[in-house]
Ligand binder design. Structure first.
Ligand code: 5AD
Ligand code: SF4
Length: 477
């Protein structure tokens, strides 16, 4: 519980700070070593895989141990103040190692780069390189500059960069699930959000390169891809060969057709942009997972308006109705912010009641954290006291725990097709996988030839709020 309150389990940060070493076995090929740690959203993890690819071409192999690295990189997040503080602490730890190994270079990548470049480089002398999310192609040149003792900086944002031609090196991979970045940036300007400033304008990646990446992954044995973007429903790419546009619904269909055994997920959807076309495409293809991450942020229309979310409470509710109409067994999850500027108790109650209405299977819950430069920081005082924010967040967290438990209890007795991702954390005698709705299912290994990447049919007989527990059965008729 406390974990939520201190805001540490933040959006998709279950792998926060993880360091990766994909190719340690090839240790002879590389003359230098890099170490990378990623924070924040899935997009940052995906970007680290692009960075790894660029570095490998420069002769850098990965290491899991930063103390032996020639280049130490932190891919940073700015979304809340807490995320920034964590990164600072890490940088101080790296700095200490550098005192023993002066040749080591330390670089900051990602969303903190633009905002804090002069502070990190000059005032605090914490880092040697600062590289923004659209400047990773210039890393080789920046490394050279930094090696000669210059401060190397590139935080330019681009209107075109999508890294479409770079094949990501899959870091820390389970060999079954992978991310594919389909667009970058965001044009939405939600008033609380720093992303449009740190990641720049929205742009969509060449559809053919996306399909090719999905094909390659399937051939390498991957069985699930998650199409990533800040706002995937506004994906729009003009195909010059056919002179026709490709929308997100069309892209989904194209990826679904790569192979029926390749599962497709996507994230994140904006409630104002997700179309019936997308929902019908999901319903049409069994391998497009029945799961939508549909952040509500608040259940109150006035708050939504000052958040600049451009939908009302009723609009959001009718979107949920539409999803349940077209995809009856669809899993829905959300992002929720407690204590946004000027939020009253009544308005907070609206958030709790929309959670009941939407019956979220899962939510990422935060209290509002003012970010410098955002519309809200300029326009609205951050006037809900911290203890009130925390209490409201706790009520939201308690509500979600209850909803998750009820949702899981309703699955007891049902049978699901599960994609096995690996062994369960608790026991090597059990498999762990997910159903289409993105719920984690564990079940005992039996004497079959299952392995990570296999599909299994599992009947659920028990649950807690986080996991379904079942047994394997033969494929139902
Ligand atoms: N304060 C708290 N939460 C925020 N988020 C984005 N900006 C802020 C902020 N300033 C949350 C939103 C978003 C998720 C990725 O992070 O809920 O959907
Ligand atoms: Fe931020 Fe809103 Fe864009 Fe999401 S849609 S990245 S919350 S501005």
């Amino acid at each position: 519980m406390d974990m939520m309150l201190t805001d540490s389990k933040i959006h998709n940060e279950t792998r926060q700070g993880e360091a990766f070493a994909p190719f340690e076995q090839d240790s002879n090929i590389y003359t230098k070593r890099f170490y990378i740690e990623s924070y924040g959203c899935q997009m940052n993890f995906s970007d680290s895989e692009i960075v790894a690819s660029i570095l490998q071409n420069e002769g850098f192999g990965a290491t899991r141990n930063f103390e032996e690295a020639d280049l130490v990189l932190l891919n940073t997040c700015s979304i809340r103040e807490k995320a920034e503080q964590t990164v600072r602490k890490r940088l101080q730890a790296f700095r200490q190692v550098k005192q023993q190994r002066p040749g080591m270079l330390i670089g900051v990548l990602g969303c903190m780069a633009e905002r804090l470049k002069s502070k990190l480089l000059e005032e605090e002398k914490l880092v040697d390189m600062v590289v923004g999310p659209d400047a990773y192609r210039t890393l080789p040149g920046l490394i050279e500059e930094a090696e000669t003792g210059q401060k190397a900086v590139n935080v330019l944002l681009s209107r075109e960069e999508t890294y479409a031609d770079i094949s990501p090196v899959r870091l820390g991979s389970n060999g079954v699930t992978a991310f594919i970045s389909i667009m970058r940036g965001c044009n939405n300007m939600c008033s609380f959000c720093v992303v449009p400033f740190t990641r720049g304008r929205e742009r969509s990646r060449d559809a053919h390169s996306i399909i090719q990446e999905a094909r390659d992954l399937y051939e390498q044995g991957f069985r699930e891809v998650t199409l990533l973007g800040q706002n995937v429903d506004s994906y729009y790419w003009h195909d010059e060969n056919t002179n026709k546009p490709v929308t997100f619904a069309m892209l989904l269909e194209m990826v679904a057709l790569v192979h029926p055994n390749l599962r497709i997920r996507f994230s994140t959807s904006h409630p104002k942009d997700i179309t019936d076309d997308v929902l019908f495409t999901m319903a049409k293809y069994e391998n497009i997972c029945n799961y939508i991450h549909l952040p509500v942020q608040s259940g109150n229309t006035r708050i939504l308006q000052i958040m600049n979310r451009t939908y009302t409470r009723e609009w959001y509710m009718s979107k949920v109705d539409r999803i349940r109409e077209i995809i009856p067994d669809c899993g829905i999850s959300s992002d929720i912010i407690a204590g946004f500027c000027s939020e009253t108790e009544e308005e907070h109650q609206d958030t709790l009641s929309i959670m009941d209405y939407s019956r979220y299977d899962y939510s990422y819950m935060f209290f509002y954290s003012e970010r410098p430069g955002t519309l809200a920081a300029r326009r609205y005082p951050d006037d809900v006291p911290l203890d009130v924010k925390k209490r409201r967040l706790q009520e939201i967290v308690d509500k979600q725990y209850h909803l998750s438990l009820v949702s899981n209890q309703q699955d007891v007795g049902k049978t699901f097709k599960v994609l096995i991702e690996g062994e369960s954390k608790k026991s090597e005698d059990e498999w762990m996988g997910r159903n289409s709705q993105n719920k984690v299912i564990v079940f005992p290994k039996d004497n079959t030839n299952l392995q990570p990447g296999s599909y299994a049919w599992v009947k659920v007989h028990q649950c807690n709020k986080a996991t379904l527990i079942g047994t394997r059965i033969d494929q139902p008729e």
